[in-house]
Design a protein around this ligand. Structure first.
Ligand code: HDE
Length: 708
């Protein structure tokens, strides 16, 4: 086995020691005693009471009664995957971290993606921030990068975190609403904390509705430090960018998916990995030299601010590939414990007051969630680096420490283990000079709450702005107290006067008395998901295309498209009224993958209608087929139709889009691609695939409202 493979597989090999998949012949108790029965409890007579001495029964029930552990107070709903990370080039100039030196080394990782607010059983597609937490099992110990898919945060000081979470979680009297910020207590909090204006802009943008965990960015949010072997430190912010680009769902769609397939993002991640479409993310850092700490118009320790990429470019330093699903959700995804304080030599903290609080909170929360101080011994949390110290005992201790050496210094165990020096690989904290009075205060620059909220607003495209306004209408529109709605309008008047007027219109509040707004006119390209250089629109890998057909469909047209879709890495499902086989116009057969009851446009990325008189005449009679088209159109998805298939589009509510009239001319208008005489279909397939790669066609939204 090559060295590379050993690196990549080391975590897997460690987990293997704990896996249990042998075929045992007999059921046993937890004491290894063979059980004679797992169906009927021991009773005093056939109709008599159950006996207390039935230890088999008691053990089964007791274990079952204790199957649940507390869910995470935030980020309760999540999905995990294994993989590896590889650096592109040695980074010794910036950091001594060993896993960032050797491009040949594959460091095993475990990643957990999550929503924040919902309970463990809540839907995936709610409007929310997504967690993006990565555990690197490095040779120097575990390094956790516990990030989000949005680069800023609501608050500037960890002291406020309990208030924020209480306000956004379901209200305390009735536990309503689930997994939603659209309620009075949250917006009351928002209106009274101007520092969260910037974050709110992000949360109401498309970023909060990712199409897939595989298609969103990740950010460390807080400011950290890189420290090199010479002891030189630099401020850094961490970034992930998905190789598939950044793509989102639309709001109406997310709500429908929450009912039709609440596991949408979880399923997507699982299936992509099973199919070999391994999610990949590039890892990047923004770096600021210590001498430049005060050269920005924001405080670089303020977690409500981005470092605009035009000012501080991202250096892309490596790539992570997720290539293996967990074996057991509870053992791995549920029990994995992340902590921003898990760092390795070469990575250090800054005085960002949010980060400082986080350094305390995560370890503390694991104590209650995982039942004591030994959670690092749970297989998924074990480092690959050896552990040796003087910590002993506690709940669920697995390690059997031999001998008498349980203290330091000792002579009974030759004084070992002993502290290491930096040269021997010890973690030595960065010797930052700190000098100040003990005060409860923030640095003055932290008070600029609106400049970057305006920067974000300026950077949006028109469709993105419209989505934000509509999100305000939904979120604030749900607030019952008119005073809170008004306070929100007045707060955002500090960001942009026109935005505040728009919010007021939809949310049932008065326009601001005096139109206000931040004077910032600047834009930053990569803040916009649509314009960002990190958004790729050249691939349809793992996209799902629905093919609507009935008996009499054109086999040649379907097969020609299906071949190129699958060849390009997409997935095509044939959908019809019933499952079973369809007969084509020329007597061939094709299997229906899903019926209308199971399949719905919202779980597909694109729709195609092939020709065939009889098929299209039948589809015209199917309300579900018409609805499929209308809904896909409303959600700005690519729609393709060939030959008589175009007639189904004419029968739908799609208006004001140019459709092919006759001949071989391919008409592509706002993501609707049609041709009357497809010939061999080759050219149509190409244009349709390009339309799918665009993801969504927002130019439809302007005028056209389709009922669906
Ligand atoms: Fe967390 N956060 N957080 N957070 N956070 C937790 O730790 C906390 C913050 C993030 O998949 C908890 O194990 C405080 C920012 C992720 O298991 C808890 C503050 C960012 C996850 C906690 C923050 C995050 C958590 C709950 C403000 C992005 C899920 C369960 C000072 C950089 C990790 C747990 C997983 C989880 C505390 C703010 C990301 C309570 C006090 C900013 C991705 O310890």
């Amino acid at each position: 086995m090559s060295k590379r493979r050993v690196d990549e597989n080391r975590k897997n090999e460690q987990l293997e020691q704990f896996r249990e998949d042998k075929e045992h012949e007999f059921v046993t108790t937890n004491q290894g005693v063979r059980a004679d029965n797992v169906d009927i409890s021991l009773k005093a007579g056939e109709r008599g009471p159950t006996l207390l001495e039935d230890f088999q029964f008691r053990e089964r029930l007791t274990h079952f009664d204790h199957e649940r552990i507390p869910e995470r107070i935030v980020h309760a709903r999540g999905s995990g995957a294994h993989g590896f990370f590889q650096v592109y080039e040695p980074l010794a100039e910036y950091t001594s971290a060993k896993f960032l030196q050797d491009p040949d080394k594959k460091t095993p990782v475990f990643v957990r993606f999550s929503t924040v607010v919902g309970f463990r059983g809540s839907a995936d597609t709610v409007r929310d921030v997504r967690g993006f937490a990565t555990k690197f099992y490095t040779e120097e110990g575990n390094y956790d990068l516990v990030g989000n898919n949005i680069p800023v945060f609501f608050i500037q000081d960890a002291m406020k975190f309990p208030d924020l979470v209480h306000a956004i979680k379901p209200e305390q009297d009735n536990q309503i609403p689930q997994a939603s910020a659209a309620h009075d207590t949250f917006w009351d909090f928002v209106a009274q904390h101007p520092e969260n204006a910037h974050m709110i802009m992000w949360v109401l943008s498309d970023r909060a509705l990712p199409r897939s965990y595989r298609m969103m960015q990740g950010f460390g949010v807080n400011t950290f430090r890189f420290v090199n072997a010479q002891g030189k430190g630099r401020f850094v912010k961490f970034h992930w960018r998905p190789m598939l680009g950044i793509h989102s769902l639309v709001w109406d769609e997310t709500q429908k998916i929450a009912g039709k397939d609440p596991d949408f993002n979880r399923r997507d991640l699982w299936e992509a990995i099973e199919m070999g479409h391994y999610p990949e993310f590039e890892f990047g850092v923004q770096m600021i030299e210590e001498k430049d700490e005060f050269n920005f118009d924001f405080d670089i320790l303020d977690p409500t601010k981005v470092w605009p990429e035009e000012d501080v470019p991202v250096k892309w330093i490596g790539k992570m590939t997720l290539n293996r699903n967990p074996d057991n959700f509870f053992a791995e995804t549920e029990q994995v414990a992340f902590c921003p304080a898990n760092v390795v030599p070469g990575i250090d903290f800054s005085n960002d007051p949010l980060l400082q609080g986080r350094l305390f909170s995560y370890l503390d929360t694991q104590m209650i969630r995982l039942g004591g101080p030994n959670f690092h011994e749970i297989p998924i949390n074990r480092p690959l680096a050896p552990i040796s110290n003087y910590q002993r005992e506690g709940y669920h201790r697995m390690t059997i420490n031999k001998g008498k050496g349980s203290y330091f210094p000792n002579t009974v165990a030759d004084g070992l283990p002993r502290p290491a020096s930096a040269e021997e690989g010890a973690y030595v904290h960065y010797t930052e000079k700190v000098d100040g009075r003990k005060i409860r205060a923030r640095s003055e620059k932290f008070r600029d709450f609106f400049s970057q909220a305006k920067l974000f607003w300026n950077s949006m495209t028109e469709p993105e702005k419209m989505h934000i306004i509509k999100a305000f209408h939904f979120e604030v529109g749900k607030v019952k107290d008119p005073a809170i709605r008004q306070a929100v309008v007045d707060l955002f008047n500090n960001v942009d006067g026109d935005l505040a007027i728009e919010i007021a219109k939809g949310a049932g509040a008065d326009a601001p008395k005096r139109k206000g707004g931040s004077p910032v006119t600047r834009k930053s390209r990569n803040l916009s998901q649509e314009l960002s250089e990190h958004t790729r629109k050249d691939s349809i890998v793992s996209r799902k295309v629905a093919i609507l057909a009935a008996d009499g469909y054109s086999h040649q047209e379907v097969e020609s498209l299906r071949k190129v879709l699958v060849g390009a890495g997409a997935q095509a499902d044939v959908i019809s009224k019933f499952r079973g086989m369809l007969k084509s116009s020329d007597g061939k057969e094709m299997e229906v993958d899903k019926n209308y009851e199971v399949a719905t446009s919202v779980v597909y990325d694109a729709v195609y209608v092939p020709g065939g008189h009889e098929s299209v005449d039948t589809l015209k009679m199917h309300g579900d087929a018409i609805h499929f088209i209308n809904e896909a159109f409303r959600h700005c998805k690519p729609i393709g139709a060939t030959a008589e298939g175009v007639d189904l589009l004419i029968s739908s509510s799609i208006k004001e889009v140019n459709l092919a009239k006759d001949g071989t001319e391919i008409v592509s208008d706002k993501g609707v691609v049609t041709v009357r005489n497809p010939g061999s279909n080759g050219k149509f397939n190409k244009v349709f695939i390009e339309a799918i790669a665009q993801h969504r066609h927002w130019d439809r939204e302007k005028k056209m409202e389709v009922p669906a």
